[in-house]
Design a protein around this ligand. Structure first.
Ligand code: HAM
Length: 436
């Protein structure tokens, strides 16, 4: 029989070790968000399509080319979320969260959808963890989110990374800067690619991220030359605070971001371990968005991490050791003793598989080996009569007897010790690597 149903292009099944690693890095990121006093917001996957168009901008690629838009059965035009910021800002306005607190800090995680040309690190459904900070216009808020993004990557083991920052200025500065870039690009229009020619009219700042024309546009005006004193002061404070916290960054005067809501600080974190799609995390300030969505004028900033890219950039980092035991039986008649033991081991947090009592002992051991269990607890008729079990080390083949009473506590201890030894070895190797 042939395979009839296959994955849609750009979609992925994430299984086994990768799925576990994703859960683990997302859990660890959530802890870090909580340490910075963000609370979780579970956003819907689908919103009115118009929300994204208004937030990210009709001319942004995300809205103009990449949105999954369709009519639902009630004839509403809806979209699968291409990003989390628009939904979070909609929530902020709709829930009236501002009435309860001067600042509102939320984080979210989940799938985003963009109809892009799939390639390594670029999928049509991908996972983001992100945060949004509403109600603070201080430079300290910008520095906080950049520091937070950097910490999350650090904890996920992304060591090879660089933070790039730039400023686009307040809406008035951004407009005059866009005009300056438009004038400059128009003066070179005879030499530019078609995409750039279209952008000059519709979204001139995006001309600056064109890879094809980068060299021709090398003399481009810098945003900092178009900023008002307030915006300049804000930007230099952000840099000063990052220096004070010890977050290293590089200024990238071409960095403009593909979503139109950004004002003032923008940033991207890139890893050279990734290919063409090298941005692991990105974000910035967006002081005009809440008002654009018919809320009260509210300063805001945030970022999102691409989880798949974060894992790719942490490749080479070993998995946390997960030990565990397989429980096997020599005959089906003693399954209940094995099931009871397995239940107690699981309750103690030990990863446990078995019993597969309808199989012979040989095939149970074969299954344990295939599933990567280094140790098997064998419940055998004879030993059980004396209150004993056999522990078999699958690597060396060595077997030893242990008393059933008190066994779970001993196994839990043994498992934890093995994990500590593994972690020590891993950190030692990492420290060595970092020294090099
Ligand atoms: P973004 O730059 O569009 O920003 O996406 C953030 C991150 O999501 C990227 O740096 C990348 O790691 C990942 N990503 C984006 N597209 C894909 C894809 N097709 N496949 C795999 N990973 C992808 C935003 O989404 C903004 N909402 C960030 C933000 C939050 N700004 C303010 N608050």
């Amino acid at each position: 029989m042939g395979i009839k149903y296959r994955l849609l292009r750009g979609m992925r099944d994430i299984s086994g070790a990768e799925a576990e690693k994703i859960s683990r890095v997302v859990e660890s990121a959530k802890k870090t968000f909580r340490a910075f006093n963000y609370s979780e917001l579970m956003l819907p996957t689908m919103e009115e399509a118009a929300l994204f168009a208004r937030a990210a901008g009709e001319t942004s690629d995300v809205v103009a080319k990449q949105m999954y838009v369709f009519k639902d059965k009630g004839d509403r035009t809806v979209a699968l979320r291409p990003e989390g910021t628009a939904g979070a800002a909609r929530y902020y306005v709709e829930s009236g969260a501002a009435a309860n607190s001067p600042i509102v800090k939320i984080f979210y995680s989940g799938s985003m959808f963009r109809y892009e040309r799939p390639q390594e690190g670029r999928y049509r459904e991908f996972y983001q963890i992100g945060c949004e900070y509403f109600g603070n216009s201080d430079a300290a808020c910008d520095a906080e989110i950049i520091h937070l993004a950097s910490m999350i990557l650090d904890e996920a083991g992304v060591r090879e990374r660089e933070i790039f920052i730039n400023t686009l200025g307040c809406p008035a500065c951004r407009r005059s800067y866009a005009d300056a870039v438009k004038k400059y690009a128009a003066s070179l229009s005879g030499e530019l690619c078609e995409d750039c020619l279209r952008r000059i009219e519709k979204n001139p700042l995006r001309v600056l991220d064109c890879k094809t024309d980068a060299e021709k546009l090398s003399d481009f005006p810098r945003s900092q030359d178009a900023l008002c004193p307030e915006c300049l002061k804000h930007y230099s404070e952000v840099k000063k605070l990052l220096d004070a916290i010890g977050v290293k960054y590089t200024e990238d005067f071409r960095l403009v971001r593909g979503l139109d809501y950004y004002t003032r600080t923008v940033f991207e974190i890139k890893s050279r371990l990734l290919g063409a799609q090298d941005a692991v995390a990105a974000g910035g300030r967006y002081d005009g968005l809440v008002e654009e969505l018919f809320g009260r004028p509210t300063p805001a900033a945030g970022f999102a991490v691409g989880v798949e890219r974060m894992l790719m950039a942490s490749a080479g980092q070993k998995e946390k050791y997960d030990g565990g035991f397989f429980v096997a039986v020599t005959s089906p008649a003693i399954t209940s003793a094995a099931s009871k033991l397995a239940a107690e081991m699981r309750a103690a947090g030990i990863r446990t598989e078995g019993p597969l009592a309808s199989k012979s002992l040989k095939s149970q051991l074969g299954a344990a080996d295939k599933m990567g269990f280094g140790q098997v607890v064998i419940i055998a008729d004879e030993e059980l009569a004396y209150g004993d079990v056999i522990i078999k080390n699958m690597g060396s083949g060595e077997q030893k007897k242990m008393k059933l009473s008190g066994l779970v506590g001993q196994l839990a201890e043994q498992n934890a010790k093995a994990r500590d030894m593994y972690d020590m070895a891993r950190h030692g190797a990492q420290a060595e690597q970092e020294k090099k």
